[in-house]
Design a protein around this ligand. Structure first.
Ligand code: PLP
Length: 404
């Protein structure tokens, strides 16, 4: 049995009412709510251990450093990375991908080189590569996708050539919910000696990640999408790649020695962690990952799939509702539009019933352009959502549709 009530009790925010209705939080792809243990970890850090890390010999600094490094080790186990020094703490996926685009670009990208992304990427996995291509006069190439939201893998095969230097791809699309065939893409890229970066923003919370069996070269995720605070995230990279990359930012912590004339850089991972990091956030991320592990991602995935299947079926039963993205393998999120109603109006009416959904482009404007729509409404699930909530949402949407 999935311990749904025990889980819900851990998330204090879920107990509140919004517009006098129980809160139904279906905006988990944007950010997730935090369990009490994560909130406690933050309060406890500032109440008992707070001190800057790595630079102090006093007790609090050492405690704080230990918590930070324990969190790194926790991330390592969570994604099955070979070494904890391959885990770089960042602000989140956006910073991880900007770091990679800058550092990888600086070292390996020359005029005329090519980088591959898909046409369904979040702006975070598109704009940094566009900026790099502009800076280096390189070319960005796109894996197209079909109307059903699945990647066109036949065309993908044709995109590689001797100028291809990197492929960066979302594991799960945040606007379509598509789970991309990651292993197939990675194997294909490696057959052409092309390294692969995975944007794991929408997969880390829904399915177990093993970077060694995936054999990707880089993997990025954000803490706030997996029940941890905002402002903390991870870039994992294979050590042999990270060792080749120049530091992204200069400052304290990333150096070994500095003179006025010259700086020698620190080892991994510190070389990529300039300045005071979000060490409290990192500790809380470690606690969040431990919490997720205590329930088990396999169980969470099964539960969320039930929610997804039920919601898909209920939405398909409403004639005026059209799901955007009908890939065979989906996770976490469903985008939809309603005939004759602007998604923002649908979202506002649902909010009056306590149901929090997201409306907009979901930072995937090219996806909206592909479907020739301006925005969608999107529901997305977390480990604490229930089938009752899905049914309440669908019943309410049915009434909303009649109003239009
Ligand atoms: N990539 C995907 C697929 C996302 O869904 C998001 C956030 O929604 C991001 C990247 C960016 O994540 P963050 O804003 O936490 O950096």
């Amino acid at each position: 049995m999935y311990p749904i009530q025990t889980i819900r009790n851990q998330f204090p925010i879920l107990a509140q009412r919004v517009h006098n209705n129980p809160l139904v939080y279906f905006d988990n792809a944007a950010t997730t709510q935090k369990p009490q243990c994560v909130i406690d970890a933050i309060v406890d850090s500032y109440t008992r251990t707070n001190a800057n890390i790595h630079r102090g010999i006093h007790t609090l600094s050492q405690r704080s450093t230990d918590l930070y490094e324990q969190a790194r080790a926790r991330v390592q186990t969570f994604i099955n990375a070979p070494h904890s020094r391959e885990i770089i703490f960042t602000k989140g996926v956006t910073e991880s991908l900007n770091l990679l685009a800058w550092s990888f670009g600086e070292k390996f990208i020359y005029e005329g080189d090519e980088i591959i992304v898909s046409a369904m990427e979040h702006h975070s996995n598109l704009v940094p590569w566009q900026m790099l291509c502009e800076r280096k006069r390189a070319t960005l190439r796109f894996i197209p996708f079909f109307k059903n939201g699945e990647l066109d893998m036949e065309t993908c095969k044709t995109l590689f050539n001797e100028r291809t230097k990197l492929l960066s791809i979302a594991h799960v699309s945040n606007s379509l919910g598509t789970v991309n065939p990651l292993k197939e893409i990675i194997d294909m890229a490696h057959a052409h000696n092309v390294p692969v970066c995975v944007d794991g923003a929408q997969s880390i919370q829904h399915t177990a990640i093993d970077v060694q069996s995936l054999d990707c070269d880089f993997f990025a995720f954000s803490g706030h999408k997996i029940y941890a605070p905002t402002g903390i995230g991870v870039l994992w990279g294979k050590e042999q790649w990270l060792n080749e990359l120049p530091p992204y930012q200069g400052g304290g912590g990333m150096i070994k020695t500095v003179s006025l004339a010259h700086t020698e850089y620190n080892e991994l991972p510190f070389r990529f962690e300039a300045g005071t990091t979000n060490y409290v956030g990192a500790h809380a991320l470690g606690v969040a990952l431990e919490y997720v592990q205590s329930i088990g991602l396999a169980k969470i995935e099964q539960h969320e799939n039930e929610l997804l299947n039920c919601a898909t079926q209920r939405l398909q039963e409403i004639d005026a509702v059209h799901i955007i993205g009908n890939a065979r393998h989906k996770a976490g999120a469903i985008s939809f539009i309603v005939d004759g109603a602007h998604p923002a109006d649908v979202g506002m009416i649902l909010d009056k019933k306590g149901i929090a959904i997201r409306t907009g482009t979901h930072c995937t404007e090219p996806v909206m352009q592909f479907y020739n729509i301006s925005t969608t409404a999107r529901i997305s699930f977390g480990m604490y959502n229930t089938l009752d909530e899905v049914n309440f949402f669908a019943d309410t949407l049915q009434k909303v549709v009649k109003m239009f």
